[in-house]
Structure formats: structure tokens, C-alpha cells
Design a protein around this ligand. Structure first.
Ligand SMILES: Cc1cc2nc3c(=O)[nH]c(=O)nc-3n(C[C@H](O)[C@H](O)[C@H](O)COP(=O)(O)O)c2cc1C
Length: 487
């Protein structure tokens, strides 16, 4: 497939023509609107979070850096990343980064752990962000900050980047083979789940004491709580029926409230999924993965091994349980619903559309704009069922030059409440300020989705924007990354 590169589209009209040619619906305004004329600059009315009105429609997505100490504590690169989140001007910090609720739940030995030992460090991270935001943007009264709580489940590697230590919700006919699950002892018992709930409650208390406005109870990307949502084949009280598969969320929320903790709640949800993909072996060369193709799932039909997929055709999504889950969230008093999709480990083109694959990925099986539109349109459908929940959309970074023009159009149409940005903020934290103040972007700072921010950690290096951020390109890791990519 020959990709039309986004920078080769010279106008909004070119962009719209290209999108129409792909058969997707992605609105794009002619110009970036500036100042108060922009839908992106409007405060969020009608819903407050921890008594605050969110000051604009930009959200920074949670972005971890694989850069904590091996005891899960803060480091200078983390402080800098949080400072840049504050610098961005986004008024919703939608989780900061994934924080493991216990050390053995880490996705890598350098993931932040939210516990008593690291509490002071967490306060410092938050303070650094708030101070930078105050200095650059004049007020923090309308700045809302959450912490994302996670257990990595199937993707745990708490001790060694090279040693998976998966703990899963259920046996998966395709993923088990890929991620080293081979025996029943790796499946959570019901009584183990009960101790996990206590870890979430404790983490939420620490978040509250440190001054977070909310905690995000992460249900996405194949991590543990997301996997439980799809645990149809599990027996016992946490598997099978929808009620059982969502029991953990209900128990965590009631536990947080029983603890006297009034912190607000968010959920980041993979609204839909797909089957695992892999590089097409027929078109792959050593060091050069071919385009992604679905793993053979013919032996797993009807497909009962995911959340938000059609059992008869798991390449298609089905939002009926997603909508039911969102109703549950609303009933539990969740305020913010941050929607994403798929998983970076087994179908990255669904989760973070990119022109260039990470080292453990595959060449795009479709134009990545189709991936952006898939998420934007799923969010649009879900928004109609969200009631009073604040909806945040994901996967906008691949839009590059056209990000603000698409974002403002999507907001004007009411397809989402806030636009969440991930990779672009690592590369170009001033994108929001430039868009609103100058009406144009600095082309050389735009994220081109080279995926180095993923390739580096897949190979045990810290994450960051190596191509565009001198802080990373001047580090010795950059040389190692280049060698890895060449070899
Ligand atoms: C380096 C990196 C770190 C990420 N860390 C997290 C994380 O800690 N928690 C999370 O929910 N998503 C994480 N994501 C996913 C992003 O939040 C976001 O959903 C994804 O990058 C797609 O949005 P984008 O197109 O704006 O980048 C990460 C993505 C990248 C590339």
C-alpha cells in the first residue's frame, strides 16, 4: 500500500478530498480558529470536576515514559514530562501516566508505583506541572488533574524488561501463546482479585492526599481491568455475565467511598477491540516487518475473547456492551470517560495510528487516517449515550498539520466534549498555544508518528520523542535506538 503522507496534503480541501477517497468521515475546517473563536478554547459548562470548571477542550492523554526508578519512584525525565504537560495549556490532565497500584502489577521495571514510599515524589510531579501551568497560563483554578491507576495483567514485566510475568483474567486462545501464558496459576483467583481491589482503594487514597482531582480506573489496552471486561469464558463471580465482568469496578468504587475518599472518578476505556494482528510473514524481511494481518481466529468462533467486538466477526466492533458499561459508570458517579481502543501490544494500528511501525509492530495495514476516523466515529456514537459524562476522544496525533482543524470541527459538531492528545504533546507541547494564539503550527515540531517513543521502551530504553526533542536526541540512548533500528 502506498501511503499518502499527511504533509503532502497542502490544504483543508486536499485533506477532505483524501478522507473522502478513503471512504471515511472526518470533518476538517478550512482554517485554525484563534482565541475565543475556537471551540477548543471554550470552557466545559454544566459538569464540574472536584468543584472546578475545566478551562478549555484540550486534554493531555496519559503518557508514561518507562523512566521511573526500579522502586517506582520519580526521576528527572518524569518531572520534565509533567512540567511539559503543564506548559501545554491543556486544562484536563487525563491521568498523567499509568501508575501501578502495586509493584508486581508494573508493565516494566520502570513504571511509576503509587504507594506510600513514592507519595512525596508524586506530590512533586503534580506541583511541577501546576507551577509551570500557573507561570505560562496565569491560572490553575480551571486546571483539572487526574492520576491513572493500573495493573498490567497480561503485560506485567515488573522485574526485567525481557521477562514477562503475566497474570491474566482468563486463558486466551491467541494471546496466551504470544505473551507467555501457559498454566492456570497465571490466572487470577477470585480471592486474589479481592486483595487487588484493596490496592486500588489504597492508591486512590494516596491520590486524594496528594491533591489529585480524580483517579482514572484504567480499563483499556488489554491491561487487567480491560481484560476482565472480556472475561466471558471465566467462571466464578468475576467472569461470564456482564454483571460479573464488571464486578471489580463496582467493588473498587464502593471501596473508595467506604474509605471516606471523595475523590472524583474517571475511566479510560478501550471502547472496542479487534483480534490480535501480526506482520504478514509472506511480505516480511529480517528487521523489516510486513503489513499487519489478523492472526488466524477461525478456530475461536464465535469469538468470546474481547470486549466491544462482534462474536461472529471480531474484525468488526460492537458497541452494545460498551454503551451498557458506560451506563454503569454513570450510575457509579464516574465523571470523565476517556475513550480509546484496542491495544498497543496486539493491534497497535487500532490503538495509535502511525505511519511508521514500532519495532514489535507491522507496516500499516490501512491508511492510518482510517484508524483515526474509526476512533472519532466510535466516540461520536458513544457520546449520544453518555448522558452527563464528560467524553474525551483519543488518537488525534496522526492528523499532524490538520489536528486543530479536525479537532475544532469535531467539537463544533458535538462528537466529543474534549480532544485528548498523546504523542503530539511529547513532540510539541506548545501545539495548543500556537494554534490558538497564532493560528498556525510550527511544521518542524509536528509529531510524524515515527514510533520511536514506543520502539525505545520495547527495547528497554526510556521513552520520549527522540526525533524532535533535543532532550532525548542528545542522550546516548538515541545512538542505541538508531543501531537497533538499523539492525
Ligand atoms: C510513549 C507512549 C506512552 C503511553 N502511555 C500511556 C499510559 O500511560 N496510559 C494510557 O492509557 N495510554 C498511554 N498511551 C496511549 C496514549 O495515551 C494515546 O491513547 C495514544 O498515543 C493515541 O493518541 P495519540 O494519537 O494522540 O498519540 C501511551 C502512548 C505512547 C506512544
Amino acid at each position: 500500500m502506498k501511503l499518502t503522507r499527511v504533509p503532502s496534503l497542502k490544504s483543508a480541501e486536499d485533506f477532505r478530498r483524501h478522507a473522502a477517497g478513503l471512504g471515511i468521515e472526518l470533518p476538517c475546517d478550512d482554517q485554525i480558529l484563534m482565541g475565543s473563536a475556537s471551540p477548543l478554547a471554550q470552557p466545559v459548562e454544566g459538569v464540574s470536576v472536584n468543584g472546578k470548571r475545566i478551562g478549555n477542550r484540550w486534554a493531555v492523554q496519559p503518557m508514561e515514559g518507562w523512566d521511573a526508578t526500579t522502586r517506582g519512584g520519580i526521576t528527572e525525565p518524569m518531572l520534565r514530562r509533567w512540567q511539559r504537560f503543564g506548559q501545554s495549556g491543556a486544562k484536563l490532565i487525563c491521568g498523567g501516566e499509568a501508575m501501578a497500584v502495586r509493584p508486581d502489577g508494573r508493565a516494566n521495571p520502570n513504571q511509576f508505583v503509587i504507594n506510600e514510599e513514592n507519595k512525596k515524589g508524586l506530590a512533586t510531579l503534580r506541583e511541577r506541572l501546576v507551577a509551570e501551568h500557573q507561570q505560562r497560563h496565569g491560572t490553575t483554578e480551571d486546571l483539572v488533574i487526574g492520576f491513572q491507576l493500573t495493573h498490567s495483567g497480561r503485560f506485567c514485566k515488573p522485574h526485567d524488561h525481557g521477562r514477562p510475568e503475566p497474570r491474566v483474567a482468563y486463558r486466551h486462545p491467541i494471546l496466551d501463546r504470544r505473551f507467555g501464558v501457559s498454566c492456570q496459576e497465571q490466572v487470577w483467583t477470585d480471592s486474589e482479585v479481592e486483595t487487588l481491589t484493596a490496592d486500588y482503594i489504597q492508591a486512590a487514597r494516596i491520590a486524594w492526599e496528594v491533591g489529585a482531582d480524580f483517579v482514572d480506573l484504567k480499563h483499556c489496552h488489554g491491561y487487567l481491568l480491560h481484560e476482565f471486561l472480556g472475561a466471558r469464558t471465566r467462571s466464578g463471580k468475576y467472569g461470564g455475565t456482564f454483571e460479573n465482568r464488571t464486578r471489580i469496578l463496582r467493588e473498587i468504587v464502593s471501596g473508595i467511598r467506604a474509605d471516606g475518599n471523595r475523590i472524583e472518578l474517571a475511566v479510560r476505556l478501550s471502547a472496542f477491540d479487534s483480534v490480535p494482528f501480526r506482520p504478514d510473514p509472506a511480505l516480511s524481511r529480517p528487521g523489516k516487518p510486513g503489513p499487519g494481518i489478523p492472526e488466524d481466529f477461525s478456530h475461536c468462533l464465535p469469538y468470546h475473547y474481547g470486549f466491544g467486538v462482534k462474536a461472529a466477526d471480531p474484525l468488526e466492533y460492537d458497541l452494545s456492551e460498551t454503551v451498557e458499561f458506560i451506563g454503569l459508570c454513570r450510575g457509579l458517579g464516574v465523571k470523565v470517560l476517556n475513550l480509546t481502543a484496542g491495544s498497543p501490544y496486539y493491534n497497535p494500528h487500532i490503538q495509535r495510528p502511525a505511519a511508521y511501525p514500532p519495532s514489535d509492530g507491522y507496516q500499516p495495514p490501512e491508511d492510518p487516517l482510517i484508524g483515526v476516523a474509526r476512533q472519532v466515529n466510535a466516540v461520536r456514537q458513544i457520546k449520544g449515550h453518555a448522558g452527563g459524562l464528560l467524553v474525551v476522544g483519543s488518537a488525534y496525533s496522526y492528523l499532524q498539520e490538520f489536528l486543530p482543524q479536525v479537532a475544532q470541527a469535531v467539537l463544533r459538531h458535538g462528537w466529543t466534549d474534549l480532544v485528548g492528545i498523546g504523542r503530539m504533546v511529547l513532540a510539541y507541547p506548545d501545539i495548543f498555544t500556537d494554534a490558538l494564539a497564532k493560528g498556525r503550527l510550527a511544521a518542524r515540531r509536528i509529531c510524524r508518528t515515527f514510533s520511536d517513543c514506543t520502539t525505545a521502551p520495547r527495547n528497554g530504553l526510556i521513552s520520549g520523542c527522540y526525533p524532535l526533542d533535543a532532550y532525548y536526541s542528545s542522550r546516548p540512548e538515541f545512538g542505541e535506538l538508531k543501531r537497533l533500528k538499523a539492525g
